[in-house]
Design a protein around this ligand. Structure first.
Ligand SMILES: [Zn+2]
Ligand SMILES: [Zn+2]
Length: 72
């Protein structure tokens, strides 16, 4: 059996993760599998003294469709 992330063999007796999608990964490869295959949505933020979650404002420009170049 091979790890679905790094492709290396998973040795007998080693702790591994079996994902709900059926993939097996090393424990150290698990987070990579989640991010690459399942792309969970998350928001980076901070916690106030009151324990409230405050999403961090992301300054990155939102994804835009590339401008079509119609010049000939
Ligand atoms: Zn692996
Ligand atoms: Zn999976």
């Amino acid at each position: 059996m091979n790890c679905s992330v790094c492709g290396n063999r998973i040795h007998a007796g080693r702790a591994i993760y079996k994902c709900t999608c059926g993939s097996f990964t090393h424990t150290q490869c698990w987070s990579k599998h989640l991010i690459m295959e399942h792309q969970p949505q998350y928001v980076l933020g901070t916690v106030t003294l009151d324990g409230a979650f405050v999403p961090q404002e992301i300054e990155a420009t939102p994804e835009q469709t590339p401008e079509e170049i119609e010049q000939e």
